[in-house]
Design a binder for this molecule. Structure first.
Ligand SMILES: O[C@H]1[C@H](O)[C@@H](O)[C@H](O)[C@@H](O)[C@H]1O
Ligand SMILES: [Fe+2]
Ligand SMILES: [Fe+2]
Length: 310
């Protein structure tokens, strides 16, 4: 007997459809995988993924991270950061050089991972590659989605962790209760500002997420870098990069009233991507030198110049 496990797949022009991706053969009493990626039940610390209350060494630091993040991410702050970092006048480097810079970067907001970020980028991309071998754009999206974390590096002004990592959320309208450690928004000045604390705030129904200011961090920054450097990646890739930390949307379905038609389409891809972003976090290291030529070929395909403006 064969047990089929459902995996969604994208078919050009049709969108996301169900796909039978791998099976377990009971006759042979062994697992027969068609090279598929298996999402583990627990993280490398033995806890469920994204359990922000589970007791453990990382919990107090992660909670403190969110306290400071929620207090400081205001509409005004985001406007300033977008204007300053949108100039892309800090550094010139290639995508691969950026991967290498992330060799020393550890994300303090993450309860599931304490490995350097280069590992996470490759783990994500390689996990996607297993299940979606044909979607080369999605492999590259995996590789670059967290590169905005270079904002932590001294050559980018060494921004504090609260201004770079963690889940993101819209500013300029009410903070949804589904956001991790929501209680700390009480200390954010926008929380009691009537211009910003209603369901719509400064936005309108269906205005499109492109027109929504998101809390500042690696997502919005990398989106600007990719867009301004004229990537030919599809719009779903840019959507994934800008909103992959927006769990209130892609997990809790909050803020849907701000989406437009294109957002609704792109969200399907983000939900696929999220499985690999989250569940590939592990202690299993990728052989960087072995996979490097493949990713260099993708970078060449989707970016017009080898040096990017950051
Ligand atoms: O801690 C994690 C990490 O910073 C990820 O890169 C980000 O995308 C997540 O949303 C966040 O919660
Ligand atoms: Fe991220
Ligand atoms: Fe990530």
């Amino acid at each position: 007997m064969t047990i089929l496990i459902e995996q969604p797949e994208f078919v050009a022009g049709v969108g996301v459809v169900e796909k039978k991706d791998f099976h377990v053969s009971e006759d042979d009493k062994e697992l027969v995988l068609d090279g598929g990626f298996l999402a583990p039940h627990t993280n490398s610390f033995g806890q469920s993924f994204r359990d922000y209350d589970a007791e453990g060494d990382r919990q107090p630091g992660v909670e403190e991270f969110y306290r400071i993040n929620h207090m400081n991410q205001t509409y005004n702050f985001v406007e300033k950061m977008r204007a300053q970092y949108g100039k892309l006048d800090k550094v010139e480097m290639s995508i691969w050089e950026c991967c290498e810079l992330l060799n020393n970067v550890v994300d303090e907001s993450d309860p599931d991972l304490d490995e350097p970020q280069i590992e996470h980028l490759l783990q994500t991309a390689e996990a996607i590659r297993k299940d979606y071998p044909e979607e080369r754009w999605l492999h590259l999206t995996g590789l670059i989605h967290d590169q905005g974390k270079v904002l932590l590096h001294p050559s980018f002004g060494q921004l504090p962790q609260w201004a770079v990592v963690g889940d993101t959320f819209p500013v300029g309208c009410a903070f949804d209760e589904s956001i991790v450690h929501h209680k700390y928004f009480k200390e954010n000045p926008d929380f009691s500002n009537p211009a910003y604390n209603t369901k719509y705030g400064v936005y309108e129904e269906g205005c499109g997420l492109d027109n929504v200011m998101m809390s500042w961090g690696h997502d919005d920054y990398m989106y600007l870098v990719a867009k301004e450097n004229k990537t030919t990646l599809p719009s779903a890739a840019l959507f994934i990069i800008r909103y992959h930390s927006f769990y209130a949307l892609h997990k809790s379905e909050a803020y849907k009233h701000l989406m437009n038609e294109e957002d609704i389409e792109n969200l399907k891809w983000l939900q696929i991507f999220n499985k690999y972003d989250l569940y590939s976090k592990s202690k299993v290291r990728i052989d960087v030198e072995k996979v490097k030529p493949y990713y260099l070929s993708l970078i060449e395909k989707y970016f017009p110049t080898s040096k990017l403006r950051w």
